[in-house]
Design a protein around this ligand. Sequence first.
Ligand SMILES: NC(=O)c1ccc[n+]([C@@H]2O[C@H](COP(=O)([O-])OP(=O)(O)OC[C@H]3O[C@@H](n4cnc5c(N)ncnc54)[C@H](OP(=O)(O)O)[C@@H]3O)[C@@H](O)[C@H]2O)c1
Length: 265
Amino acid sequence: MDLNLTDKVAFVTGASVGMGREVARQLAQEGCDVAITARGQDRLEATATQLQTETGRSIVPLVGDMSQTADVERCVQAALEQFGRIDILVTCAGSSPGGLLEELTDDQWMQSLNLKFMGYVRTVRAVVPHMVKQGSGSIVLVVGNDGLKPSFWEMTAGAANAADLNFASSIADQYGPQGIRVNTVNPGPVDTDRWDGLEKAFARDMGVDQAEARRRAEASIPLGRITQPDEVASLVTFLASDVAASVHGAHILIDGAQRKPLMER
Ligand SMILES: NC(=O)c1ccc[n+]([C@@H]2O[C@H](COP(=O)([O-])OP(=O)(O)OC[C@H]3O[C@@H](n4cnc5c(N)ncnc54)[C@H](OP(=O)(O)O)[C@@H]3O)[C@@H](O)[C@H]2O)c1
């Protein structure tokens, strides 16, 4: 399938590792130039060099913290100065602490909302005026199935994700008539560094070892497997492309039909 992405420009947040890195890789393989963001400079630059070598496309590393408005605006500006436009925005910079209501602090709740929800809001707000001027654009928010199901051990993620979904529906409504498509991709557990950290915390809170925590996570998914980051990236890349021209305001699950909470009562 030709996705018709040659010479498009993408901006991908949280892309030094994990799903963001796979999204940047696949977009570049399809012919996009890509600006990637993360906080850690060394890892981000190493990823940019690796993806540029692999794909022959221009990959620009932009160090910035997506929980800080000034950093988001500086990174978007730098991408525009480098490439002159942004056709595709994919947000992946997010993390939300797992834990039980009794143990979660105000700071942990605010940390989740400030990055996973407001980080996405800030990035869209900085990019969308340029897409409006262009009269086109495709936005994909990588959110998570916790926004659509209860999970008492993952409630900070669930609340931030539910807010992201509503936000995405609203901007789809507002900007669709101006040629900008907005969709969300909602994974269950995906094999990344973030998942490894969650699995360890889950094991600690359940009083089991990590192998048992993983077995229980897999058992909560009818397909019985943890998703790989490149599977999520393929869905994002399809949605970002014009091949998905009629897919708009959609919240797409990629979670093996996981409907149960990770941790059983
Ligand atoms: N993995 C899962 O099971 C899963 C499931 C559902 C949804 N999700 C969501 O999917 C998205 C990607 O998750 P992932 O598992 O791929 O994460 P990951 O492997 O932990 O990678 C996160 C990336 O985001 C960057 N990042 C973290 N905090 C940042 C900040 N404040 N500003 C800028 N960059 C930041 C990290 O680099 P630095 O640390 O250097 O900044 C890294 O490049 C997240 O929104 C996550 O909540 C994940």
